[in-house]
Design a protein around this ligand. Structure first.
Ligand SMILES: Cc1cc2nc3c(=O)[nH]c(=O)nc-3n(C[C@H](O)[C@H](O)[C@H](O)COP(=O)(O)O)c2cc1C
Length: 358
């Protein structure tokens, strides 16, 4: 019997054989910001996913905030990614690149001593992961108005580079407290120009980036990730439902491949998140929705059966189960992810999780 998770779907121009999506997962195994051959093995092991969304990938040196994250701003990186997309395609997979600018979630150590940039000079609580260990965040520098077109251009160029590297499309990372999310919310955006204040102004940068990226890729190859209930990276908003319902209504006009929603996670609820339920988001957005956050096979089937989503992304389960599609098909036991090898390190906890022996 074909389960809903195993049924095919078209997301924009992407034809997916199933609705089991590999969530974007930062693994910090790309020294000098260049993707490696080990990454080609890792991603191609997971090619039976309906869609692979790459780990978050900085669009520019300014967009970097974690060690050993692979970039997409120079030719060496493009060529290294090419090996990865080729490996995934040879295994009949589909793969999009997640475009990332961390904004204030960075540290001067990544920028030759310069401050990280943000919509406003508001310091996040917490610590940055630098190449030499954890260090307290600093107060970022507010981007001046004249710099914003350059940020949009960095996204446009990164999208071009992603296509040159053989990706089937891109996902704009506007979730989890990074730059575009920082612009959306009034806890981090206190600008008084056209990019702050009203809902329209706070959504402006993401909509401009979306337009630029669509000009490069076509809307059918573009997805966007949002975390409307997220508090990760010290995020807050006085009325998240207002900004996200406004944004989803606007994004409905773009005919995107998909919108990708990170549900409220336990940590968000612990941090007092104002949870926006999926039915509110489903109503506001006209288009394909991928959901993510704490799903297993049973919850994934249920969210599809209820009509609340069109596909489901799995994060931790994909770290530990390269053949997740086949395991779900056979109701096979799942490998358990080892959190000590999530970030950084070598092939251990990366490409050595076994397939189901049957
Ligand atoms: C090790 C790790 C790395 C992650 N890296 C990213 C990332 O690069 N981009 C992103 O949007 N989310 C990232 N996330 C969040 C996941 O995509 C996902 O939303 C989260 O793990 C919840 O889904 P799950 O319960 O299925 O794991 C990461 C999560 C983990 C555990």
């Amino acid at each position: 019997m074909t389960t809903l998770l195993h049924s095919s779907i078209k997301l924009g121009t992407l034809h997916l054989p199933n609705r089991i999506i590999m969530a974007p997962l930062t693994r910090m195994r790309a020294p000098e910001s260049v993707p490696t051959d080990l990454m080609a093995t890792y991603y191609s092991q997971r090619a039976s996913a309906g869609l692979i969304i790459s780990e978050a990938t900085p669009i520019s040196p300014q967009g970097v905030g974690y060690p050993a994250t692979p970039g997409i701003w120079n030719q060496q990186q493009i060529e290294a990614w090419q090996k990865i997309t080729t490996a995934a395609h040879e295994k009949k997979g589909r793969m999009v690149l997640q475009l990332w600018h961390v904004g204030r979630i960075s540290h001067p150590d990544f920028h030759d001593g310069d401050l990280p940039v943000a919509p406003s000079a508001i310091m996040p609580n917490g610590q940055a992961i630098t190449p030499t260990g954890m260090k307290p965040f600093v107060t970022p520098r507010a981007l001046v108005l004249e710099e914003i077109p350059g940020i949009v251009e960095d996204y446009r160029q990164a999208a071009k580079n992603a296509l040159a590297a053989g990706f089937d499309g891109v996902e704009i990372h506007s979730a989890n407290g990074y730059l575009l999310d920082q612009f959306l919310r009034d806890g981090t955006n206190q600008r008084t120009d056209n990019y702050g204040g009203s809902l329209e102004n706070r959504a402006r940068l993401l909509l401009e980036v979306t337009t630029a990226v669509i000009e490069v890729c076509g809307a059918g190859r573009v997805g966007i990730r949002l975390s409307p209930s997220g508090t990760f990276n010290d995020m807050a908003d006085s009325n998240p439902e207002a900004i996200f319902v406004y944004l989803l209504t606007e994004l409905s006009h773009f005919n995107l491949a998909y919108l990708h929603i990170v549900d409220a996670l336990e940590g968000d609820i612990r941090h007092g998140a104002k949870v926006i339920t999926l039915d509110v988001l489903r109503k506001a957005y006209k288009g394909n929705l991928i959901v993510c956050g704490g799903y297993n096979q049973v919850r994934g089937e249920a969210v599809l059966a209820e009509g609340m989503a069109d596909a489901v992304a799995f994060g931790q389960l994909y770290i530990a189960n390269p053949d997740l599609v086949e395991r779900f098909q056979h109701h096979a036991p799942l490998n358990v992810p080892d959190a000590t090898t999530f970030y950084g390190g070598d092939e251990r906890g990366y490409i050595d999780y076994p397939n189901f022996a049957g």
